[in-house]
Design a binder for this molecule. Structure first.
Ligand code: ATP
Ligand code: MG
Ligand code: MG
Ligand code: MG
Length: 470
């Protein structure tokens, strides 16, 4: 049974053998895109190569890319703990062609890797294609010999990728693995596709157009390939597990949280162990890449991840800071592939310990308040926004932590009420303090980016006034 480390190596070596340059993962904080919260896909470091702005000495590349999806367009934070396939931090294995090979070779390389190198049986595999992409449909039939019933046409944006409102775009084709009829869930495109039976393991993006403006889409002279396969998802398949959190890396991490809390990872305790293991990993990698907990921007996303993990540790009965104790286990699993973790060990440990020590001062009191408030509410009635705001403001409970805490009761938060309370407080603060407002820029910037999408980086020559977001 291959370990996750071995699978990563097999992937990189396979594509190296097929003429791809092995390029290291870029950091989680994207250096070439100030508008993106975190690196969330393998293609991020190659954006300018795909658009032709930047040249590289190779036309084919392969990477194992560190990714975080805990905010922005791809936000899987709420999924973690509750699905078999989502993490906040994960590794995306990807091969790339910059105007070199296109659909036929991309499909052939992918198919041969999973069926020949990895030995996956054909009758467990399905492929989706974009509804209009007859070419990809035929290639799956010819190259893979897939039965037509196992090639599913999808008409939604799930199978059409775009870099932004303008720029390269094109159809994609996703490979799914069927974990078997004993697991609930339907095939892609069906009503219950979000179950854990059919898991998307690999996404192949065929960049063949350029979106010039809203109406105009032209063919790219040299189409490109961008793919992404979740290492943890393929590891689950190859290790005979039906849940990413049962693979070797997570077995070790969850083993540590079980030992430290003395509670087994079963029943309603399992999600908490999953969350702790996942969030520990994300926190460690973010700190190693220079993100520090803060009250805004990237640092606030990190703080939210940490605090969410800490509440689950509390839920499992931990009364002392716990997550920092798991750092050696993570290093043992991943330090070899990511030596930045080893270099940052002391910092990661200290930051985790400090955050958890501080948050523990208010965590218990906040949870008590939450309990009292919900006790007087009718079953399933949403928590008033005022209360969620008080938890945020006085007890340091990020909104998503409160939402997560209420999940078990099937209760939501009145988010509009929360935002209104936040706005009232901002107004009051603004009236009381006529400072420069500098501190508020970062979160507002990300809000704008969320609403309007990315803006083009205009270069340092452009003055600030010219570079305004419109
Ligand atoms: P899903 O539909 O399962 O949320 P996705 O379509 O959002 O996945 P892509 O953006 O296509 O994912 O990313 C490429 C690959 O990265 C996926 O096929 C999957 O294997 C992996 N992946 C994506 N998101 C996650 C995640 N949160 N945790 C682990 N692996 C992920
Ligand atoms: Mg997703
Ligand atoms: Mg998907
Ligand atoms: Mg996908």
């Amino acid at each position: 049974m291959p370990t996750a480390n071995e699978i990563r190596t097999t992937f990189l070596e396979y594509f190296r053998h097929h003429g791809h340059e092995v390029v290291p993962s870029s950091p989680l904080v994207p250096h070439n895109d100030p508008t993106l919260l975190f690196t969330n896909a393998g293609m991020v470091q190659f954006k300018n190569v795909f658009t032709g702005v930047e040249q590289r000495p190779y036309k084919r590349a392969v990477t194992a890319q560190k990714c975080v999806r805990a905010g922005g367009k791809h936000n899987d934070l709420d999924n973690v703990g509750y699905t078999a396939r989502h993490h906040t931090f994960f590794e995306m294995l990807g091969n790339f062609s910059f105007g070199d090979y296109f659909k036929p070779l991309a499909i052939e390389l992918a198919w041969n890797l999973i069926t020949k190198e990895f030995g996956l049986p054909k009758d467990r595999l399905l492929a989706t294609v974009y509804a209009e992409d007859d070419e990809a449909f035929d290639l799956w039939r010819k190259i893979a010999g897939l039965d037509e019933r196992r090639i599913i046409r999808i008409a939604t944006s799930d199978n059409f990728w775009a870099m932004g409102d303008t720029g390269p775009c094109g159809p994609c084709s996703e490979i799914f693995y069927d974990h078997g009829p004993e697991i609930p869930g339907g095939p892609p495109g069906s009503a219950d596709e979000d179950g854990d039976r059919f898991i998307e393991i690999w996404n192949l993006v065929f960049m063949q157009y350029e979106q010039v403006d809203k109406e105009t889409r032209i063919p790219l002279p040299k189409p490109s390939i961008d793919t992404g396969m979740g290492l943890e998802r393929i590891a689950a398949v190859l290790q005979g597990k039906h849940d990413n959190y049962d693979i070797d890396v997570f077995e070790a991490l969850i083993g540590a949280s079980v030992a430290l809390t003395g509670t087994h990872a079963v029943g309603d305790k399992r999600p908490s162990h999953k969350v702790i293991a996942d969030h520990l990993r994300a926190s460690a990698f973010l700190v190693a890449d220079g993100v520090m907990p803060a009250n805004e921007g990237r640092g606030y996303v990190l703080r939210r991840i940490m605090r969410r993990g800490m509440r689950h540790a509390h839920l499992l009965g931990a009364r002392e800071p716990l997550m920092w104790r798991m750092v050696p286990v993570l290093l043992d699993q991943m330090g070899h592939a990511y030596p930045e973790l080893i270099r940052a060990e002391a910092l990661i440990t200290e930051v985790l310990k400090l955050e958890e020590t501080n948050f523990r001062r208010t965590l218990e009191r906040g949870l008590r308040l939450l309990e009292e408030e919900t006790a007087s509410l009718p079953a399933r009635a949403p928590l008033p926004g005022e209360v969620a705001f008080r938890l945020y403001d006085t007890y340091g409970f990020p909104l998503d932590l409160t939402q997560d805490a209420l999940r078990a009761q099937g209760r939501t938060v009145d988010v509009a009420g929360f935002n209104a309370a936040m706005e009232r407080q901002r107004e009051a603060a603004r009236a009381a303090w006529k400072g420069s407002g500098e501190a508020a820029i970062e979160p507002i910037w990300f809000d704008i980016r969320e609403e309007k999408g990315a803006t083009e980086f205009l270069g340092y020559a452009t003055t600030r006034a010219e570079a305004q977001v419109t």
